[in-house]
Design a protein around this ligand. Sequence first.
Ligand code: GAR
Length: 197
Amino acid sequence: MSNLAIFASGTGSNAAKIIEYFREEPNIRVRLVVSNKATAPVLGLAERNGIESMVISRAGFYETETLLQELGARNIDFIVLAGFLWLIPPYLVRAFAGRLVNIHPALLPKYGGKGMYGMNVHRAVKAAGEKETGITIHYVNERYDEGDAIFQARCTIDAGDSPEDIAHKVQVLEHEHFAPVIERLVSSGQQNEPSNH
Ligand code: GAR
């Protein structure tokens, strides 16, 4: 059994898809939702699904390593960032090397980096006149959007598409691919593990 933690600060539509996808999966379960925003809708989503959630503070996250104990106490094996915008501190990157992934709403390395999230990305893609965009699922390191890419999917951009239209196309890709890619990564980790929780 592998336990996932989802870190999210937004509406949580990706978190919702992931929770739904793993609901009937015997070997992988969403054990914890972590947010840096007490008002994030994703917290209500966790509650409705009977999943424990936790709100973290900036000071706690960057100046202590107590989150590691919290994750350890819940046997968290794998962390998924789904709309979590804080840079991940080195202690967490190290502890979860190869077990910490993010989804980005563009084809990295283009349109990544600090400040590149949500609609900012889609507006930049539109302004540049791109003919395609997509999603990137990647490992997380200490720099924004620079960890090794694991998976990309693409969609075309039509001349008349607004940034909102682009956002919608990208979200469709995110909802289709994120959970299955997580499943693949977690399952291959389970096969490499001598023992599971
Ligand atoms: C997603 O589109 C995700 O790719 C993006 O935040 C959105 C969260 O949506 N993440 C980034 O931009 C990270 N740089 P959601 O709350 O509906 O899942």
